[in-house]
Design a protein around this ligand. Structure first.
Ligand SMILES: [Ca+2]
Ligand SMILES: [Ca+2]
Length: 438
């Protein structure tokens, strides 16, 4: 009986756990972009992408890509003059207000005159041109060094603005200055107060620690991303010389310490007296040694979770890259949260030095490379789309997964027919595939 049981138990893994989707990539813009480091879409606008050029001379620029023709518009959307050019500095990101359609507001993050500047602008009467006179300073952070600036900004599902701030290479100061903005993700309410209000639910409002602080223990979270469906925040923290790490914050869970500088990845780094106990640290979902990926790894480029219209099977999959190795990977998680890392370089790598990922208003993923390309990742379902946990069989586990999302709107993995609602049509597809996958 034991043997029979073992065979049954092992049966799912005996089926090839091949992808139920096909991946490819398309170059959208091949030339004309200078040092692209950021990609954003205006909410509800599926026709354009906004690409951040880090610096051209001493100007950072935001360019527009017309997705209906896959062309780069000749005139910038915005030019930010006088950025500190070179290295990790320049114009680092743009993000749009969730109500951009009605208020025209967007935010940029740049390094100028030794400061991180978060500024708000509004669009002009021409949708392809920002109004330069609308600029309003939201936050200035005086820096000590030009390093580890983070620069990531994004609105969360709660309508708050999240801002990554690197450790500024101030490792020891992180351990002794809890009010410091460095090594943190900040969270502010730009719709209240002047220039912003501190959300009362921020974790350190009534305890020691910066009131704007949301997450601590980060070295340089250069690119992070909210999963547009689950609200989880994926934080990719660039390591020092040993490990790159990717952390996952459950939706709206502030106050976590992600380890740095006491740990780098899962390895002890600077274990001094002010370090938190290991039990108080949120360790990464995935950490890799730079030597593990062919010896050429250098810095993780955080990507995004796929929630696109092309493939239900790919939904929930996180993409990321390593800057120097030019490798692109995905992470999926089992029902119990165990990550599987897959090298996708052969399928989707078309551009060197991947600096950032972004998604359009439909959820399609893109990435840009410092050498100047903008690339779209394409995905289509090719296999057993109803086998949602990819164990080779469509059974009660998959049914349970579908029922847990029943009636829900959005880009769920369980939305098998990709109409952004989990309903009877999806259930019919699941029951039609019941048993082993074809
Ligand atoms: Ca299954
Ligand atoms: Ca559906």
């Amino acid at each position: 009986m034991l043997i029979v049981c073992l065979a049954d138990c092992l049966a799912p893994s005996l089926f090839a756990q091949s992808d139920a989707f096909s991946l490819s990539a398309t170059t959208i813009v091949a030339t004309g972009l200078t040092k692209p480091v950021g990609i954003a879409a205006a909410p509800g606008d599926a026709t354009r992408l906004f690409v951040v050029e880090q610096f051209v001379g001493t100007s950072g620029r935001v360019r527009i890509v017309d997705l209906t023709t896959n062309t780069l518009l000749p005139s910038p959307f915005l030019t930010v003059a006088g950025v500190s050019a070179g290295g990790e500095q320049g114009l680092l990101s743009i993000c749009f207000h969730p109500n951009y359609k009605t208020n025209g507001q967007f935010f940029v993050n740049s390094i100028r005159n030794g400061q991180t500047l978060i500024e708000r602008y509004t669009v002009s009467s021409d949708p392809n041109v920002a109004n330069p006179r609308s600029v309003k300073l939201i936050m200035a952070i005086t820096r000590v060094t030009p390093y580890h600036n983070s620069g990531w900004m994004e609105f969360g599902p709660d309508g708050m603005l999240y801002i990554g701030v690197g450790d500024n290479a101030q490792t020891m100061a992180l351990l002794t200055l809890p009010e410091s903005p460095f090594g943190k993700i900040l969270r502010i309410d730009p719709d209240s107060g002047d220039p912003y209000a501190i959300p009362p639910s921020n974790p350190w409002v009534s305890t020691p620690g910066l009131d704007e602080g949301w997450a601590n223990g980060l070295r340089n979270p250069w690119r992070c991303a909210f999963d547009s469906f689950t609200g989880e925040l994926w934080i990719a923290d660039v390591g020092e010389s040993s490990y790159e790490e990717i952390d996952v914050q459950p939706a709206l869970m502030g106050g976590r310490h992600y380890g740095w500088p006491c740990w780098q990845g899962n390895a002890p780094h600077l274990t001094l007296g002010n370090c938190p106990q290991p039990s108080a640290v949120a360790f990464p979902l995935h950490a890799y040694a730079q030597s593990e990926i062919g010896g050429s790894g250098c810095a993780v480029t955080g990507g995004r979770v796929y929630r696109g219209p092309g493939s239900a099977s790919l939904r929930g999959t996180y993409f990321f890259a390593d800057l120097c190795s030019n490798k692109i990977f995905t992470i999926t998680r089992s029902d119990s949260g165990v990550p599987t890392i897959t090298d996708r370089t052969a399928a989707v790598q078309l551009s060197w030095l991947v600096t950032s990922f972004g998604e359009d208003a439909l959820g399609n993923l893109y990435y840009c490379g410092h050498a100047g390309r903008l690339v779209r990742i394409n995905a289509i379902d090719t296999g057993c789309v109803a086998d949602m946990n990819a164990d080779g069989v469509v059974d009660a586990v998959d049914l349970s997964s579908m029922l847990s999302r029943w009636g829900q709107d959005g880009a769920a993995r369980e939305d098998l027919d990709r109409n952004n609602r989990v309903d009877a049509a999806d259930l019919a597809m699941l029951l039609g595939s019941w048993g082993n996958c074809p």
